[in-house]
Structures are given as C-alpha cells and as structure tokens.
Design a protein around this ligand. Structure first.
Ligand SMILES: Nc1nc2c(ncn2[C@@H]2O[C@H](COP(=O)(O)OP(=O)(O)OP(=O)(O)O)[C@@H](O)[C@H]2O)c(=O)[nH]1
Length: 372
C-alpha cells in the first residue's frame, strides 16, 4: 500500500519544481533577450560584410554554438564581389557560396527547417570542418518564396537541437536574416552601380570627385601632399576608326586593368571621360608623382594591346599632373575650390603633354597654392 505524501514532503517537491521553473524562466528570458539583440544587430548591419561577420563571429559565440555555417546562393558572383578581400572562414564558422539552387532544394524539399541528429550527408555538406556535430538545426533562408540560402547551427550536444522542441524564434530570425541579406546586397549593388564605370569597372567621375574630397581632407589631417593625375590615350579616335569601336572598348578596358593593377600606389583610378582617366596618388610628392607617371607612360607604350580579332594595337598616352601640398605657406583650405583647381591644373598639364607631341608627362602647379 502506498504511503500518503505528507504536506511537508509535498511542499518540498513543489519548491524543487518552482526552483527548476524559475531557472527555466530565467533561461528563456535570457534567450529571448539574445534573440532580440541578434535581430537588432542584423537589422543595423549596413553592409553584407558586416552582416556575415556578425553571424560568423558574435552570433556563434553569443549562442554558444559549436559550429555555424552560412550558405548563400550566388550564381553570378555578386556576393563574392561584395565580400572581396573579406576573410570569413574559420574551423567553427564558414561561409559557402553556392552556384546553383540544387543543394538547397535537397536540404529543404518543403521549405521548412530541419532539426535533430544530422545524417552523414548533412554533416559533410553543412559542417564539413566540424564532423563531430551531434545535433543541428538547418534554417532555410527564403525570399519571395525562393530559397536564397541556409543558416546552419550545429552543436556537440546531442540533446541541444531535437525535433521535440519548437524553433519559432530561430525561424523568425532566419526570416529577418533573409530580408537583411537581400537589403544589403541591393543597397551595395546600387552604390556600386552609381559609382563605377560599367565599361572599365574603374570608379566613375562622380566617385572620383568624392575620392578627391576625401583625399584633400586626409592630406590636411596628415599634412602630407598628394598627386592628382590625368591620363589620356593618344589618338584614340584613330584606334576606333582603324580597328572599330569594340576594339576601342577593349583597349579602354585593358588600359583600365593595367592602371588598376597599380592599386598599391594609386588610391583611386577613375574613368573621367571617354578615353581619359583620373588618378590620385596619396602621400606622394611632386618628384615621386613625376617618376610614377613616367613609369605608367612607359609601361603603356611598351604593353601589347589587342583588338577584337586579336590584332595588335600600339597605344600611347599623355599625362598631366599637379600636386596638393598642405605644407605650402599659402595653402588654401576651401575644399571645393581646391578640387576644381587641382582638376583644371592637371588638365592644363595634360594639354601641354598633348601639345608637346603626346606620349609624355607634364606638371602644372595648382594656382591655389601659389596665390590664395
Ligand atoms: N570605343 C570607344 N570610344 C570612345 C568611348 N568614349 C569616347 N570614345 C571616342 O574617343 C575618341 C576621342 O577622340 P578625340 O577627343 O578626338 O581624341 P583623340 O583621338 O584621342 O586625340 P588626342 O586626345 O588629341 O590624342 C572619340 O572618337 C570618341 O568617340 C568609348 O567608351 N568607347
């Protein structure tokens, strides 16, 4: 016969349950708070690099995940381009860019999340560098009813993710993430389109003007001079006339590529007009600027260029430059005026190079620095 539970024993059991429930409520509060914080962080990311960096580092650490991988569909290398130069992979967190939607369709046949013990296929595909993952939740990233990626959270604890738990909040976070990824990509693409010349993929004139303002402000802070240079391809009209407009385009792209390869010394390479490029050389004196300009001129004249049909095209260029020196005793601080004077001085120097037979370099002092 079972013994009746005394009031004291019953209370002891109730208190024990109360403690467990309090701890559980506290834990849930903390989790909700973390989700709220994560949502704010995702929504306040202004670039894709910032978003990805938050997920792969802080998010993984805050939610104590053994592994986190983010997969994004990127058939046209748009994400790859936006994340250029950004190192994201470590053992615990990784970014995978997928060329096709096939693998995502296989992961999420009914567009809903997966949770529980990962199969061998899931382990090797979603957590290739953390094969010891015992439980996981795979969240589909969906935008306009299309799979655009997957956020995969993995744990060494077999019980952490189970099909008996509800994942409403992580699903909600995944939908916030999908929207944020789309917004970041659209915003950055728009910024790029408005600042890049589509033929040569160098900066455009608008972007050059912004670079120039920044460079003037920077040189005022650092007290170091910089060089502003204009480079124009010689007799470009006759290249078009002889080899055709498409070959002319090819030459423009090749010259731009050659200039962009000098990125370490050129802060900004921009297509300023038809066959004219504008360049900025930060922390650069007149002597160094003249030496580098001469090097560019020589390189272009010695480089073999090719037209559409592979025909060899000889290309030379004329260069004009001026220097902005904040140490000049009569240095003028009006940024807008200084900008237009720097450009017109470099242009005048370029005109002299054209006038003196082309394929040469000239310098013109910026008038603002001589008489304020
Ligand atoms: N293929 C091609 N040609 C362009 C483009 N933009 C401008 N041009 C051409 O570039 C040529 C520039 O000719 P001009 O301004 O006379 O200069 P140039 O023939 O280079 O002669 P100099 O500058 O005096 O050495 C024009 O024929 C334009 O049509 C472009 O995007 N692609």
């Amino acid at each position: 016969m079972s013994r009746a539970i005394s009031l004291e024993e019953e209370n002891k059991e109730l208190r024990r349950m109360l403690t467990i429930m309090r701890q559980k409520a506290y834990h849930n509060d903390q989790l909700l708070h973390s989700f709220f914080e994560a949502k704010l962080k995702l929504m306040s990311s202004t670039t894709l690099a910032e978003l990805v960096s938050y997920l792969l580092n802080d998010f993984r650490r805050d939610f104590k995940l053994s592994s986190l991988t983010l997969m994004l569909l990127d058939p046209e290398d748009i994400v790859r381009d936006l994340l250029q130069g950004y190192e994201v992979n470590s053992t615990e967190s990784e970014l995978h860019l997928l060329k096709s939607q096939g693998p995502l369709n296989e992961l999420f046949p009914d567009l809903t999340y997966f949770c529980g013990e990962p199969s061998e296929t899931i382990r090797t595909f979603c957590f290739p560098h953390t094969v010891t993952i015992q439980s996981c939740v795979l969240l589909p990233l969906i935008q306009d009813n299309c799979l655009i990626g997957s956020l995969n959270l993995g744990s060494h604890d077999q019980l952490r993710y189970s099909q008996f738990l509800s994942y409403d909040y992580v699903m909600y976070l995944a939908s916030v993430l999908s929207t944020c990824v789309e917004i970041c990509i659209s915003r950055e693409t728009l910024v790029r389109l408005s600042s890049i010349d589509s033929l040569t993929t160098t900066a455009n004139r608008r972007s050059f003007n912004e670079h120039l303002s920044r460079e003037i402000n920077r040189c005022q802070r650092s007290n170091e001079p910089f060089v502003c240079m204009m480079l124009d391809i010689d007799h470009f009209k006759s290249i078009n006339d002889r080899f055709g407009h498409l070959s002319g385009d090819q030459v423009l792209r090749a010259v731009a590529h050659l200039l962009k390869e000098k990125r370490r010394i050129l802060d900004c390479v921009a297509r300023y007009g038809g066959e004219e490029f504008a360049l900025l050389l930060p922390s650069c004196s007149l002597d160094t600027g003249l030496r580098l300009a001469e090097e560019l001129r020589r390189t272009i004249s010695e480089t073999p260029f090719y037209g559409q049909e592979g025909e060899s095209i000889q290309v030379t260029c004329s260069i004009g430059l001026t220097v902005c020196d904040p140490k000049h005793p009569q240095y003028y601080r009006d940024v807008e005026k200084l900008k237009s004077n720097l450009i017109s001085s470099a242009d005048q120097a370029l005109y002299r190079s054209k006038h003196n037979g082309r394929n040469c370099v000239h310098h013109q002092p910026c008038p603002m620095l001589i008489s304020p």
